[in-house]
Design a protein around this ligand. Sequence first.
Ligand SMILES: Cc1ncc(COP(=O)(O)O)c(C=O)c1O
Length: 178
Amino acid sequence: MQVVYFVNSGTEANELAMLMARLHSGNLGMIALRNACHGGSSNQIGLTALNKWKYPIPQGVGGAVELAPGYLKHVYDIVRKAGGVFIADEVQTGFGRTGFATGAFRHKGGLPLGVVVTTPEIASVMAQKIQFNTFGGNPVCSAGGLAVLRVIDKEKHQAHCADVGSHLIGCLRALQET
Ligand SMILES: Cc1ncc(COP(=O)(O)O)c(C=O)c1O
């Protein structure tokens, strides 16, 4: 993935990702995990039934559930076989917060900054459309984003998340067995 579009929020990033996926695949249909949270726009709310976020959900504002090993690979295969595009929303899980390196699709931090990362092939569909964003990639937020990345790297946050996360899961599993 070599093409990056800068936007102001997670919602905007998902909107743009959905637009590109639709143009690239030629299909309008979308599938999302039930009650997942992907933003507050009518597209995202319509896609995810966000109104139920207070109940147990697979991933998002109301909590997070670890996906079964191999689950995502299996889903990628099914989506690709059907001619679809897989969109990974990493607002909560990106940048090493799960303790593992990921192919980040987007991220938001304290400053309004979001990104959509994709392949040149998928990005080329935007040549057919007008896409602009007045504040996306502005110097202040971009400098803030870069500073955050440096701190994550310097303070080894990813390794720390892996340590603390696996310790916590180990403790929870032990609790589950008692
Ligand atoms: C997983 C996830 N996706 C999307 C969003 C929407 O991002 P934003 O509030 O920047 O529009 C959120 C909000 O926190 C989120 O948790």
